[in-house]
Write a protein that binds this ligand. Structure first.
Ligand code: GLY
Length: 470
């Protein structure tokens, strides 16, 4: 008889829908999921044995939900950063006794950009761009702070990135040339952020970005294939930064603009950070404690930031092509014996569909928004029907969507994504686009150039030019 396994899933959006999907596809176990969710996500509601909406994902409420179902739950898995940073693993493991897949609070290094830079400085300093940490306590007046900042900007020739220490503290990350073009604008951003805590001002790095993710059981780091995220809202990388409008993965481990050596260097770098952080309590680094945004410069790679969780959308490029049973992968992460995972040799492309106000679209392109459709239900059936044509090669993952009665509505954030799987990036892209085009209603829109030949060729050319500058 097949063993029944209960899994607690802490869910924010499509990343966790993909986790639920990977768990429910288990063939070795009969999986029951208990979802603590940000909203009534239609996919999760349908698949969960129990589903609870905890809209702010606060640790106390999640813990109560876990406690109420603890006899049925074997382990938990966490996608979003907030509960991880707030210490969900420590609290549930201590109070409820359920092993959790995510780092402990102390090892969730996503919590502080300053601590990350200092950690890299100790373990692998060459990945840091030139940076300086500013603290309001060091300055008696605004003028004094401005003088110190401008002196640093002289050294950086103004090409700077302003990063508040804490995620979402005051203003977010600001970039020279994108968010400000004058020192006065940069100072305004900096000064606003400084009221909330320390601020890093670092050199703006030119290059091509890739996302590195690795499963970790506390003892071993198991690198997952490289992916490319599309952060900007609009085609041709225009518009404001978003959570990520889509992503792609090539058939193998590296991206078309990277070399094998680039990838090997990344693995060496992340292992050095891992070795530095590992302690006798080495189970603390469980889950995906290293989801690293690398910038490839043509010389040595630099790290933009590290997150302590799976990437959204990047993990959707990986989970659908796992060859192994994801429940076994999870058990191995908990037991400390995950040394490798096998994936299909396939390319994957994720495209998100988002509501009209997301990423400032309605304001930038009012003529493109079908006003009659705003706030109307979204019809996913035709996208799901495509699985009759493509089988396992298409996945539709609702994110910021709510089930009301029998109808599904888009909320404010990224609404739904479609993953295409193929023998080439182009095939995977076609499936993903066919899927998003089949989703009707709600005035949703998407980027049309995710993983396009033009976009990828541009990245390849850019890297060739950067390598020549060596
Ligand atoms: N893809 C961006 C993020 O997960 O933070």
């Amino acid at each position: 008889m097949v063993e029944t396994v209960g899994v607690l899933v802490i869910s924010y959006g499509a990343r966790e829908t993909a986790i639920v999907d990977a768990l429910k596809r288990s063939t070795n176990y009969n999986v029951e999921v208990y979802v603590a969710d940000k909203q009534r996500n239609p996919f999760n509601v349908k698949n969960a044995s129990k589903h609870a909406v905890i809209s702010d994902l606060n640790v106390e409420e999640i813990c109560k939900f876990a406690e109420a179902n603890k006899d049925k739950i074997d382990f938990g898995i966490v996608g979003p950063e907030k509960p991880i940073i707030d210490g969900i693993r420590d609290v549930i493991e201590k109070r409820v006794g359920i092993p959790m897949i995510c780092p402990t609070k102390k090892y969730a290094i996503e919590a502080s950009k300053v601590q990350q830079r200092l950690l890299f400085q100790e373990s692998v300093p060459e990945v840091n761009p030139r940076f300086r940490i500013f603290n309001s306590k060091d300055y008696r007046t605004m003028e004094e702070a401005k003088k110190a900042l401008y002196k640093w900007l002289d050294e950086l020739e103004n090409k700077a990135v302003v990063k508040p220490d804490k995620p979402a503290a005051g203003k977010g990350v600001g970039v020279w040339g994108d968010h400000f073009t004058t020192r006065e604008q940069l100072f305004e951003h900096f000064w606003d952020a400084l009221r909330y805590g320390e601020v890093i001002v670092e050199e703006k790095i030119e290059g091509e970005e890739s996302s590195f993710q690795a499963f970790c059981d506390g003892k071993h780091l198991v690198p997952l294939p490289e992916t490319r995220d599309y952060k900007r809202a609009f085609d041709e990388d225009r518009g404001p930064n978003t959570g990520g409008m889509g992503s792609y993965k090539d058939v193998g481990e590296v991206l078309p603009f990277m070399t094998k050596l680039d990838r090997e260097k990344e693995i060496v770098i992340v292992n050095k950070i891992f070795e530095k952080l590992k302690t006798s309590d080495n189970q603390a680094l469980r889950g995906i404690p290293f989801y690293v945004a690398f910038m490839h410069t043509g010389k040595e790679p630099k790290i933009l930031e590290n997150n302590s969780r799976p990437g959204d959308p990047e993990i959707m490029n990986v989970l659908p092509i796992l060859k192994e049973d994801f429940v076994d992968v999870c058990f191995k992460m908990i037991e400390g014996n995950l040394t490798r995972v096998e994936l299909e040799k396939a390319a994957t492309v994720v495209t998100y569909k988002v509501p009209p106000n997301y990423g400032g679209y309605a304001e930038a392109f009012p003529e493109r928004v079908n006003k009659a459709e705003i706030d109307k239900p979204v019809d996913l059936t035709k996208a799901y029907d495509l699985s009759k044509k493509y089988g396992e090669k298409i996945r539709v993952y609702p994110a910021s969507m709510e089930l009301r009665g029998n109808e599904v509505y888009a909320l404010k954030s990224r609404a739904v994504c479609v993953v295409g799987v193929g023998e080439s990036i182009d095939t995977a892209r076609k499936i993903s686009l066919e899927g998003v085009n089949a989703i009707k209603g709600g005035a949703l829109w998407h980027r049309t150039d995710i993983a396009s030949k033009e976009h990828i060729t541009k990245s390849i050319r850019h890297m060739e030019a950067l390598r020549k500058r060596r």
